[in-house]
Design a protein around this ligand. Structure first.
Ligand SMILES: Cc1ncc(COP(=O)(O)O)c(C=O)c1O
Length: 385
């Protein structure tokens, strides 16, 4: 293993670097389902690719290293990662979630896990006192995002981790929006980190992938058992693409964040915009908590149009920015949470969470910011009813 001081270097040299057998600088794509045994019951490290695959192993070791965890796991999607983690629970258990978790996380709890009597309680993860108040003897975990999707609310990683320890709850953070480059929840005492690696980690909108990183060998064994038993593993080619994406994570994120800062300032000064949600604003509600746990305000921004301006007109006037479900790609991606990412959430819960019909979520890409501003500026002008 190579030595390095900084995480930006770990993106390139971390985990299992290259290939010992040939000197190749990239981990090969081991496109194999099975491995030859030396004798019945005796094999050379790998037996079957659902259980383990060298390309996936390289990614999993790197994921654990980047999040400062003991074990990493690669899944077929972010939702497969979420589902694997939720499979740690049993009938009767209750999980605290914030009301603005990703819509798919809400849906899997509401429409699948509830059928197995694994329940959820909507809780305010911004307010530790309110959070503690809803804990009951059945509560076994707290699952949250910071910043939240799409309102960019901030939760206190350290505060929630110690509350979870006090009440013997597992603390689980979906770190998709921040990436380990900007925020490492395990460093603050969180137990499990989940990523939709489809987003910034992959970075090029060309794979669907998920990661889980845990803070103990004991949890690692449990997740490994679920990964192998339920089988929603990431395929070798996609592991390779994700390893490749992660190599440029640092430089991409620096540019994404810079563009998000410029775009958020621009939106704030636009007459069509009612409110901008960006945790990098010094006057935003969670600014100080975020600044204490993350490198900066991140690369995601969201805004609400004023009355008299139409989101539909806005979206149809965009020329370059892609209207799509995802985020974190090199291209700018924009979405309408109420009908897209959060459509799976019942309207009353969406309203409770503060996700209005006039809300827009924006993931600025790494294009030249002038082109982004021109596109957004033109569409905002065209959005007048
Ligand atoms: C915060 C967050 N978590 C999880 C997911 C689910 O990930 P995937 O689409 O890779 O299954 C998403 C997808 O948009 C997301 O934004």
């Amino acid at each position: 293993m190579k030595r390095y001081k900084k995480q930006e270097t770990a993106f390139i040299h971390g985990g299992i670097y290259g290939d010992d057998k040939t000197g190749a600088v990239n981990v090969p794509i081991y496109q194999t389902a099975t491995y030859q045994y030396e004798a019945p019951g005796r094999f050379g490290g790998y037996e079957y690719s659902r259980t383990g695959n060298p390309t996936r192993a390289a990614l999993e070791v790197l994921a654990a290293e980047l999040e400062n965890g003991t074990d990493g796991f690669a899944f077929a999607s972010g939702m497969a990662a979420v589902t694997a983690v939720l499979s740690l629970f049993k009938a009767g258990d209750k999980i605290l979630i914030s009301s603005n978790v990703y819509g798919g996380t809400f849906r899997v709890l509401e429409d699948i896990f509830k059928n197995f009597d694994i329940g959820y309680i909507l809780a305010d993860t911004e307010d530790l006192t309110a959070l503690e108040r809803v804990i009951t003897p059945d509560t076994k975990a707290v699952f949250f995002e910071t910043p939240t999707n799409p309102l960019m609310r901030i939760a206190d990683l350290k505060g929630i981790a110690s509350l979870a320890k006090k009440h013997k709850l597992l603390s689980i953070v979906d770190n998709t929006f921040m990436t380990p480059y900007l925020q490492r929840p395990l460093d603050f005492g969180i137990d499990i980190v989940i990523h939709s690696a489809t987003k910034y980690l992959g970075g090029h909108s060309d794979i669907i992938a998920g990661l889980v990183v845990v803070n103990s060998k004991e949890l690692g064994e449990k997740v490994r058992f679920i990964q192998n038993s339920a089988g929603a593993i990431l395929q070798p080619f996609d592991c390779f693409l994700l390893l490749r994406g992660i190599k440029t994570l640092g430089v991409r994120m620096d540019r994404h964040v810079k563009n998000a800062q410029v775009v958020s300032d621009f939106l704030r000064s636009n007459r069509a915009v009612k409110k901008v949600y960006y945790p990098g604003f010094k006057d935003s509600a969670g600014y100080h908590v975020n600044a204490a746990q993350a490198k900066n305000g991140g690369a995601m921004t969201a805004f609400e149009l004023k009355e008299g301006f139409s989101v539909n007109k806005f979206f149809s006037a965009l020329k370059m920015i892609v209207l799509g479900e995802s985020l974190g790609g090199v291209e700018s991606l924009i979405c309408h949470p109420a009908t897209m990412t959060h459509a799976a959430m019942p309207e009353h819960i969406r309203k409770l969470a503060g996700i209005t019909e006039n809300m827009v979520r924006f993931s600025p890409g790494i294009e030249d910011v002038d082109d982004i501003l021109e596109d957004i500026g033109f569409a905002l002008k065209a959005s007048k009813r």
